[in-house]
Structures are given as C-alpha cells and as structure tokens.
Design a protein around this ligand. Structure first.
Ligand code: FE
Length: 159
C-alpha cells in the first residue's frame, strides 16, 4: 500500500486531531520510514529545502521534508495547526523560539533528533529545523488542521 492510502486509512476515524493522537495514528503504519523516505523531493529553485505534500484533506496535511546538508528552514510558526513529525533519515537539529515583545524571535532551546525519533509541535510553537550533518535529513510531518497562515520571524542576533 502507498503512504497516502495508509494515512487516509489511519486518519479516517476522527475529524479532530491532537499532536499526541497524530503520533499514535502514524505509529500504526507498518514500515512508515520505508514508505515515506523515497517520497523526499529535491529543493525547488530558490528554496532551501524540498517539500512534498504527500496527503491532504480538510482535516490533516502530511508533508515529507528534505533538508540537504547545511540547509535550514526559516524561523516559523504553524498558524493554528498542531503537528507531529518523525525523522526518517539523518539527524535533525530543532531550535525552539519565543517571540519577544519586539516581534523578534529568541532561541530558547536546541534539541537533536535521530532517525526514528518523534517530535511533537503543540499549538503556537515557533521553531526552525537545521541539518548540521553530512547526510541528507528527511522527515515526515503531519499537521491538523492543514497548514494555513504560517508566519516567519526574524531571529534576534545572538551574542
Ligand atoms: Fe515547522
């Protein structure tokens, strides 16, 4: 079965999803990493990373993200969505930020996630993902509701 069919089946039961129930549903897909990893796409011209929407309906959206070595996303939020992700290949550096009164984002935490590890994005999280390794970083992300109204932030200069 293809990944999109597996996701459709696993998420057919409910209209509302939390980051925890998303993780539980994804964990129910056998061979998840083997199914999702080949769906990574190269970055399009002018983009730092590849982004392949592998499933979307009115409740959820699933995206395979590919960050080549040295690549990073912008500092961003997920609008009103919550999410859950699993690292499929490589190692992810995930920076979490707090938005200051000035509107600038200040980094408050840095975590690394190896292949096979899960991460959850609660409502309102502001973060950036980096690939500091020599191998490509591929991860699968599921958001509920589908991403809309994401915002980018300028990071405060760190000293
Ligand atoms: Fe994100």
């Amino acid at each position: 079965m293809e990944l999109s069919d597996c996701i459709e089946r696993q998420f057919s039961g409910a209209s509302q999803w939390s980051e925890a129930s998303i993780e539980e549903a994804l964990r129910g897909i056998p061979e998840l990493r083997e199914l999702a990893s080949p769906l990574a796409t190269d970055p399009e011209a002018g983009h730092a990373y590849g982004r392949n929407v592998v499933y979307a309906d009115e409740r959820i959206e699933a995206i395979v993200v590919h960050l080549p070595p040295g690549a990073a996303t912008a500092v961003h939020d997920h609008g009103r969505s919550v999410g859950c992700a699993i690292v499929l290949e490589g190692r992810m550096t995930n920076e979490t930020y707090r938005v200051e009164a000035s509107g600038k984002a200040r980094r408050i935490e840095t975590a690394t996630h190896e292949a096979g590890q899960w991460m959850r994005s609660p409502a309102g999280v502001v973060h950036r993902m980096r690939n500091d390794g020599a191998e490509r970083l591929v991860s699968l992300h599921v958001y509920a509701p589908p991403l809309r109204g994401m915002r980018r932030y300028d990071a405060e200069t760190e000293r």
